[in-house]
Design a protein around this ligand. Structure first.
Ligand SMILES: NC(=O)c1ccc[n+]([C@@H]2O[C@H](COP(=O)([O-])OP(=O)(O)OC[C@H]3O[C@@H](n4cnc5c(N)ncnc54)[C@H](OP(=O)(O)O)[C@@H]3O)[C@@H](O)[C@H]2O)c1
Length: 371
């Protein structure tokens, strides 16, 4: 795909040479890199051959009515999710993260996130047949699922919901209480059967990560990634050896909840709490303590003409070997993420923000990472 950036202020890219048709995509996005630049700066995921954009988009909230969306899913939210997808692609972000457990199969109009992502891709391809996206999805290591076959069966179900013939990245969503060796063997089988280009884990501790890496290595398969909770205010991967092990072994760290589920955007305050289960994590007391750091993030951002969200994401990218996957519910949110790319905080700013963040008690993470 070739693109020429001809914008000033607005990000206006002319995409050309697709079967002789000139395509124009206009995206209003202040000081964001052009889609062609984002394409150029794709990174290899660990030791695999899969190349993904420096930042991906998390699709957990798409179709969900159990954690996000005030427990309701409706047509308006569907349209917003679709425009988040469209805008991401327009801006050159083509890496999307979902999971078999995201969204709902059941009741109240909610839809599986995989089903929606598959639908958005299919609809987009009707007008953009050469679009290439990297789909990452995940296997739920539920206690009754045992053996390598369970991984293959779940992957085939995911592939079916997504409406594709293979996915780019398949991850074990969390370590199982038992059966982990079988799951890893299932990942290896999935690669060998051509169902997936790269494999990874999620919420894996350092020792589990090393074991998984070794087991796959024996079959000549690289463990490409470990997806963990990592943000300026949740730095467990820096403290528990996971980040260092990823760097040492050449495994990409995919950072989930990179803007602390909205808390690092600065829009939530003790007077304006997030809704739903998030209000129990990001309490008024916590948000009061966060204010000092948020003020500094805002101040630093102003020097670059960047928002706090963009500073928080840039801080993560600056750690190297980290691909954040912020969740976008709307086109505006997706567009803002793109502005986190193409510039860099200084080392002094990176260190200053970390030391300020050290003064804040981290929020509770997903206990699976301690399994
Ligand atoms: N492997 C795992 O166990 C695991 C766990 C969690 C997440 N994940 C993955 O990581 C992805 C991202 O994590 P996450 O969704 O938990 O948290 P996140 O990316 O830190 O936060 C996403 C939320 O922040 C708010 N937001 C997003 N952009 C914004 C903007 N520009 N301005 C203001 N608010 C904005 C939105 O919610 P509101 O608009 O409602 O505030 C959005 O849903 C998920 O979608 C999922 O793919 C994986």
């Amino acid at each position: 795909m070739m693109a020429t950036h001809i914008s000033s202020g607005a990000c206006l890219s002319v995409f050309c040479q697709r079967k002789g048709i000139y395509r124009v995509r206009a995206v209003a996005s202040e000081s964001a890199p052009a889609a062609s630049k984002i394409e150029e700066e794709k990174v290899k995921l660990g030791g695999s051959d899969l190349r993904v954009t420096r930042l991906g988009i998390g699709a957990w909230s798409w179709g969900d009515n159990s954690y996000w969306n005030n427990f309701e899913w409706d047509d308006r939210k569907m349209k917003d999710a679709k425009s988040a997808f469209e805008t991401s692609v327009d801006c050159g972000i083509t890496f999307f993260d979902t999971a078999e457990v995201y969204g709902s199969m059941l009741s109240l109009g909610a839809v599986k996130s995989e089903t929606l992502l598959g639908r958005f891709i299919k609809e987009r391809k009707e007008t953009d047949p050469e679009l290439e996206v990297a789909i990452a999805t995940k296997f739920a290591a539920l206690p009754w699922r045992l053996g390598r076959q369970s991984v293959l069966t779940a992957l085939k179900d995911s592939i079916c919901r997504l409406g594709v013939s293979s996915v780019e990245l398949y991850q074990l969503h969390w370590p199982g209480i038992w059966g982990n060796e079988g799951y890893l063997d299932g990942l290896g089988d999935a690669v060998e059967q051509g169902l997936v280009k790269a494999v990874g884990v999620s919420n894996y501790s350092e020792s589990r990560l090393r074991d998984a890496y070794e087991r796959l290595k024996k079959r000549g398969i690289p463990l490409a990634s470990n997806q963990v909770n990592y943000s300026l205010i949740y730095r467990a991967p820096e403290e528990n050896g996971v980040k260092a092990a990823c760097d040492e072994l050449g495994i990409t760290l995919i950072a989930y909840s990179p803007i602390a589920q909205g808390a690092l955007t600065g829009k939530y305050t003790p007077e304006n709490l997030p809704t739903g289960p998030r209000s129990r994590i990001y309490t008024p007391e916590f948000l009061i303590k966060l204010q000092h750091l948020l003020n500094r993030i805002k101040e630093i951002g102003e020097n670059y003409n960047k928002t706090p969200t963009q500073v928080a994401l840039n801080w993560l990218i600056a750690q190297e070997n980290v691909v954040p996957i912020p969740g976008a519910k709307t086109a505006e949110q997706a567009k803002e993420f793109v502005g986190a790319l193409g510039w860099r905080l200084t080392s002094e700013e990176i260190n200053e923000l970390r030391s300020m963040a050290l003064e804040i008690q981290p929020v509770i993470g997903f206990p699976a990472e301690k399994l």
